[in-house]
Design a binder for this molecule. Structure first.
Ligand SMILES: [Zn+2]
Length: 244
């Protein structure tokens, strides 16, 4: 297993509604640099195509992974459409980086067994779509029920249980009470809430994920809190390589 207190840090880059694609990217990366964080950037094919030079440059310091080509929700796509979306991304990625992508995160965290199987067949080594906990009484389209809060290999019969798949799931595991360590939550909840939660419990694995268009409120302080609490920041590839 992984050593204790790992924080998987990731940033999703996408066009979403009227949100600006690259948004607060510079500000977020400046904060990552300050803490020397080797984050994973989940980029859509559209973003990658429009910003190929910039992202090729970012790949020197960060892992670049797949956030689908089009950012359409996977529950709205047929198997054929999913496959062609992935193929389109892989071809583009290969033309820029000369290798295949190994990590995937689905738009809005919508995933299922068939999607994970398709990812395996296309050579992806890890997925980071599963939301394993969510606050009581609050709904989120990507949350379909409890799942392991540590990296695991999903079952072909139920992706929310450990099983025999070869792809590794790195879940978007939240803090206590399922409160996500993610974009809007980080920006809106008072910093003291997180500080309090980390005083009660320091889970050995957590996932911090933000969007390029998220406001930067609290991000700096939360990363400082994680570092001060003994967390090691790793990207998806590093977690995959450390997983046994
Ligand atoms: Zn997204």
């Amino acid at each position: 297993m992984l050593k204790s207190r790992i924080c998987f840090t990731s940033l999703d880059l996408e066009h979403f509604g009227d949100k600006p694609g690259m948004g607060s990217l510079d500000g977020i990366l400046a904060i990552f640099r300050q803490y020397n964080i080797p984050a994973t950037l989940f980029v859509t094919g559209k973003i990658l195509k429009e910003n190929a030079d910039l992202i090729r440059d970012l790949a020197k310091d960060y892992e670049i992974s797949c956030h689908s080509y089009s950012h359409r929700f996977w529950n709205k796509l047929s198997e054929e459409e999913r496959n062609s979306d992935l193929d389109q991304f892989i071809i583009l990625y290969q033309s820029i980086f000369g290798k295949r992508p190994i990590g995937f995160r689905s738009p809005s965290h919508i995933i299922d067994e068939a999607a994970l199987k398709a990812l395996e067949e296309k050579g992806f080594l890890y997925d980071s779509s599963v939301v394993p906990r969510y606050p009581f009484l609050k709904k989120y389209r990507g949350y379909k029920g409890k799942a392991p809060v540590f990296p695991y290999r999903p079952s072909y019969n139920n992706y929310r249980k450990a099983g025999e798949m070869s792809i590794l799931e790195i879940p978007a595991a939240g803090q206590l009470f399922g409160i996500p360590l993610a974009g809007a939550w980080i920006a809106k909840l008072p910093f003291l809430t997180y500080k309090f939660m980390f005083q009660i419990s320091k889970p050995r694995f957590i996932s911090l994920s933000i969007h390029s268009w998220d406001p930067l409120n609290n991000l700096d302080k939360i990363l400082g809190l994680l570092k001060g609490s003994g967390y090691q920041f790793l990207n998806g590839e590093q977690i995959f390589k450390n997983y046994k």
